[in-house]
Design a protein around this ligand. Structure first.
Ligand code: C2O
Ligand code: CU
Length: 483
């Protein structure tokens, strides 16, 4: 079983099977300040259901901290020494961050799965401010389902001038627990082939009781929400008119009053993030933040206004500085590509399967780095599953530095949050709704909707997949080779 070296091995599912390796692009200067991060993933016991209830075993966390949060200034480089202390293989994927692709953490096209006890070094430059997270890209449904997610805020020094009184983070993530408080199977055929398998208990920031947070009366709160759930799509909204969207997936936009978007809610699928400015009411007042998608709105957080000597004044959204580092596509010269998100019927097998006794094939199956069912496809290509461990050919081979417009059409009955690795793209348009253009790394595509995104391609092997984790584990993933 081969480890580490990306060029090692010639097996059909090793990174080298993806063809000659494209050059990896560093997104920061070589002399950028370095921070070392010692990271490990391990199981632990956590009282997810609260005091007096049985604690949940086999919870997965980084550095022993459930839903750990890190911050770093833009322009730093994280040198990550990662050790896998889980009983199964894993990798670390830096969601939304423009890393050199050999640090992108995708088994098997950028690295081999990291077996229990083994280590891997990730080089994680942070060129763009934003709200990111990291999670495994190997048995994601199981490991993320059991909690293995961490947040990474990359701060722009220019943001320090924006006078927020408070920052409040909301992690939307359900737990899938039996009555005994222990994790249930995360993948079900019924869920994977439809909208996904939902948790049995809703939670905010890990806890089943939504947070109540004190904030200065008439103060300005920066609410930063992420859907870290494997399945759930939410309609983010709140019960005040004094609220404005400031950023999508951590990328600043000219503020949009939440009140002016349809139904006053912003729909967010798994992996999507949202920054919202909320103005607090007078002393004793409250702002309630909800997921309005469920029949009964689900309370995510209550902000409670306490007297701190601030004066009432008209609401004006506090715009965030717009970062200029993200490479912008040249729309006039862009090549247009069309993709269908569809069910797997009709997916075509193209590359040869690995011989079943192949050691890497065995390792991948044992490590559950690949799923074992196929329900979905992108333009008739499904990611390999089960014993049919073929690496599909790239959806397309792209040219480094060239601009592309992807048209993504969802011809299924369920929404799919589509995520492209290694790039921050511009969301151009939707066939179903009018919307402002914004930057993002994940875009929700509703049934019968076509969405257009544009980006300038960066050299590497990059996956493109649905972030409903059971969907990606059952075929809804493809890759681009950019060279
Ligand atoms: Cu958040 Cu491919 O991942
Ligand atoms: Cu999906």
């Amino acid at each position: 079983f081969l480890l580490g070296g990306a060029a090692a091995g010639t097996l059909a599912l090793s990174p080298s099977a993806a063809g000659p390796l494209p050059p990896a692009v560093d997104t920061l200067p070589a002399d950028a300040p370095v921070r070392r991060l010692t990271l490990s993933a391990a199981e632990m016991e956590v009282p997810l259901l609260g005091p007096g209830r049985p604690a949940t075993r086999r919870f997965c966390a980084y550095n022993g901290t459930p839903l750990m949060r890190l911050r770093a200034p833009r322009g730093t480089r994280l040198k990550v020494d990662f050790t896998n202390r889980l009983p199964s293989a894993t990798t670390v994927h830096w969601h939304g961050i423009r890393v050199p692709y050999l640090s992108d953490g995708v088994a098997p096209i950028t690295q081999e799965p990291i077996p229990p006890g083994a280590a891997f070094a990730y080089d994680v430059p942070l060129p763009d401010p934003g709200f990111y997270f990291f999670h495994p890209h190997c048995d994601e449904t199981g490991q993320v389902g059991r909690g293995l997610v961490a947040l990474l805020m990359v701060d722009d020094p220019a943001e320090a001038k924006v006078p927020f009184d408070l920052e409040h983070v909301i992690v939307v993530k359900d737990w899938r627990l039996g009555a005994d408080g222990q994790f249930l199977e995360m993948f079900t055929d019924e869920g994977a082939s439809t909208a996904g398998t939902f948790g049995t208990v809703r939670a905010t920031n890990g806890a089943v009781v939504p947070p109540r947070i004190e904030a200065p009366a008439f103060g300005d709160v920066r609410v930063r929400a992420i859907v870290a759930d494997a399945t759930r799509v939410i309609d983010f909204g709140c019960d005040t008119e004094d609220a404005a969207i400031l950023a999508c997936d951590g990328q600043a936009i000219p503020p949009i009053l939440l009140d002016t978007v349809p139904d006053g809610v912003w729909r967010m699928g798994p992996a999507q993030r949202l920054d919202v400015h909320v103005r607090m009411p007078g002393p004793g007042g409250e702002v309630k933040i909800y997921d309005y998608r469920t029949a009964e709105p689900y309370l995510l957080t209550t902000l409670v206004a306490v007297e701190r000597g601030k004066k009432k004044r008209p609401f004006r959204p506090l715009a965030l500085p717009v970062a200029k580092e993200v490479p912008m596509p040249d729309l006039k010269r862009a090549t247009r590509l069309e993709f269908l998100v569809q069910t797997a019927a009709g997916a075509i097998a193209v590359a040869p399967s690995l011989p079943p006794d192949d050691p890497l094939a065995k390792a991948l199956i044992d490590s559950v780095c690949v799923g074992d069912k196929t329900f979905w496809a992108i333009s008739r290509n499904s990611w390999g599953a089960g014993a049919d461990l073929r690496l599909p050919p790239p959806l397309e081979t792209l040219k480094d530095g060239q601009s592309y417009i992807l048209s993504i059409s969802n011809v299924t009955k369920h929404p799919h949050p589509m995520h492209l690795h290694g790039h921050i793209f511009r969301v151009l348009s939707s066939s179903r709704k009018k919307m402002p253009q914004y930057l993002a790394d994940t875009v929700l595509v509703e049934p019968n909707e076509s969405v257009e995104i544009a980006f300038k391609a960066t050299s590497g092997n990059w996956v493109f997949h649905c972030h409903i984790l059971e969907h990606m584990d059952s075929g809804l993933m493809g890759w681009f080779r950019v060279a």
